[in-house]
Design a protein around this ligand. Structure first.
Ligand code: PLP
Length: 385
C-alpha cells in the first residue's frame, strides 16, 4: 500500500490534465508566435488556457503571465518591484517565507535595499503591529505568503493588502500553497502581484503563473523575445500551459464541490488520531487559521527524519522541513521562527493531503505511526526515564 501525504511538495498530475496535454506533443506542436496557421491554431489554445487560469483567481486574462514555476514567478515579482521602485524602496517580508521569496529579498538586501523580515508568534501568526509600523514608514514593497507551506497557517492577506495600498505601497503574495485549497480572488483582495505553481494543483512541474494587476509598474526578469506581451521572454510551453488551464478549471470545480472540507475531515482524523495514539505529540501552528490539507506535528524527543525513513519503508510519504547544516539536522526556519521547543522542533513532520487522498491512506498511516514513534523513543537519548 502507498500513502502519499506529501502534496505540499508536489501533487500527482490529474488524468484530465494529461489527456488535454497529449495532442500538443503529437499533433499540435507549432509555435504559437508563428505567423502561419499551424502555429495560429496553437495560439488559440494558449488563449483559452489563459482565460481558465484567470477565471480561477478572478483576474483578467491580460493580467496573467506564464512562467516556468512558482520560484520564477516570485523572483520576477520581487526583482521587478526593486527595479521599478527606486533605490530607497523598503522591502518588507516575513521570516517564514519560502526560500523562493527569502533568497531574492536577501539578495536585494546585499545590493543595498533595506529589507525587513517580520516575525511570527508561537502559532505562526504574523506580528501585525510590527507590519503596520514598517508599512507606514516610507515607500515600500511587501511580499508576504498567503499560506505557509510547512504549517499551512494562512496570513490575513486581504487586510495586509488593504494596509499596503492605503500606504501607497506595492504588494505581492506567494499563493503557491493557497491556490486550489482555499478561495483566492484578486477582485476581493487588492494584491498587485500574485504567484502560483502548476505542480501543486495537479498540473505538471515546470509551469507557473504570475498575476500582475493592470497598471502595476513592471520590469521583466527574462529578456529576449516578445512573448507574454513583452513580460516574459521564451517560447511558450504550450502543452504545460494547456494542462495548467485544465488543472485550474478542475481546481475551481473541486472548490465548489467541497473538496477542502473533505480534505480537512481526513486531515483532522489523522491529526486527532495521532495526538491520541502517540504520547508527547503536538500540532505546530494555529489549528483554525490554516489550509484544510496540512498538518505539521511534532513527536517529542525523536528526529523527524527517522520517522520519515520508517514511514517511507512502509510506503508512506510525508516530509520534514529540516535542513542539513554542518552534518547535523537543523529544524526548518519556519519551525524555529515559531519558537517551537528544541525537543519538539527536531521531531516535526508535515502531512499534506490532496483531493485524491483516501480514507484508507489515513487509516494505514494511523495504524503504523504509534509503533514507529514508540520504537524511536525507546532508542532516543532525549527521552526522560
Ligand atoms: N512558494 C511556496 C510557498 C512553495 O511551497 C513552493 C514550493 O514548494 C514554492 C514557492 C516554489 O514553487 P516551485 O516549486 O513551482 O518553484
Amino acid at each position: 500500500m502507498i500513502a502519499y501525504l506529501d502534496n505540499n511538495a508536489t501533487t500527482q498530475v490529474a488524468p484530465e490534465v494529461i489527456e488535454a496535454m497529449l495532442p500538443f506533443f503529437t499533433e499540435k506542436w507549432g509555435n504559437p508566435s508563428s505567423m502561419h496557421a499551424f502555429g495560429g491554431r496553437v495560439a488559440a489554445h494558449v488563449r483559452e488556457a489563459r482565460e481558465k487560469v484567470a477565471a480561477l483567481i478572478g483576474a483578467d486574462p491580460s493580467e496573467i503571465i506564464f512562467t516556468s514555476c512558482g520560484t520564477e514567478s516570485n523572483n520576477t515579482a520581487i526583482f521587478s518591484a526593486a527595479a521599478t521602485g527606486g533605490s530607497h524602496l523598503k522591502i518588507i517580508t516575513t521570516r517564514v517565507e519560502h526560500p523562493a521569496v527569502l533568497a531574492p529579498c536577501r539578495r536585494l538586501g546585499e545590493m543595498g535595499h533595506k529589507v525587513v523580515e517580520i516575525a511570527v508568534d508561537h502559532e505562526g501568526h504574523l506580528d501585525m503591529d510590527a507590519l503596520a509600523r514598517e508599512i507606514s514608514g516610507g515607500r515600500c514593497f511587501v511580499t508576504i505568503m498567503w499560506a505557509n507551506n510547512e504549517t499551512g497557517v494562512t496570513f490575513p492577506i486581504k487586510k495586509i493588502a488593504q494596509m499596503v495600498k492605503e500606504a501607497g505601497g506595492i504588494i505581492h503574495t506567494d499563493a503557491v500553497q493557497a491556490i486550489g485549497k482555499i478561495p483566492v480572488d484578486v477582485r476581493e483582495t487588492p494584491v498587485d502581484m500574485l504567484s502560483f505553481s502548476g505542480h501543486k494543483i495537479h498540473a505538471p512541474k515546470g509551469i507557473g503563473v504570475l498575476y500582475i494587476r493592470k497598471g502595476t509598474p513592471f520590469r521583466a526578469l527574462l529578456l529576449g523575445g516578445h512573448q507574454e506581451n513583452n513580460r516574459r521572454a521564451g517560447t511558450e510551453n504550450v502543452p504545460y500551459i494547456v494542462g495548467l488551464g485544465v488543472a485550474c478549471e478542475l481546481a475551481a470545480e473541486e472548490l465548489r464541490k467541497g473538496a477542502p472540507a473533505r480534505m480537512a475531515g481526513l486531515r483532522d482524523k489523522l491529526e486527532e488520531g495521532l495526538l491520541r495514539s502517540c504520547p508527547d505529540s503536538r500540532v505546530n501552528g494555529d489549528k483554525q487559521q490554516r489550509l484544510p490539507n496540512t498538518s505539521n506535528m511534532s513527536f517529542e524527543y525523536i528526529e523527524g527524519e527517522a520517522i520519515l525513513y520508517h514511514l517511507s519503508d512502509l510506503g508512506i510519504a510525508a516530509s520534514s522541513g529540516s535542513a542539513c547544516t554542518s552534518g547535523s539536522l537543523e529544524p526548518s526556519h519556519v519551525i524555529r521562527a515559531m519558537g517551537v521547543p528544541f525537543t519538539a522542533a527536531h521531531g516535526s513532520i508535515r502531512f499534506s493531503l490532496s483531493r485524491y487522498t483516501s480514507a484508507e491512506e489515513i487509516d494505514y498511516t494511523l495504524h503504523h505511526m504509534p509503533a514507529i514513534v514508540k520504537k524511536l523513543r525507546d532508542l532516543s537519548p532525549f527521552v526522560r526515564t
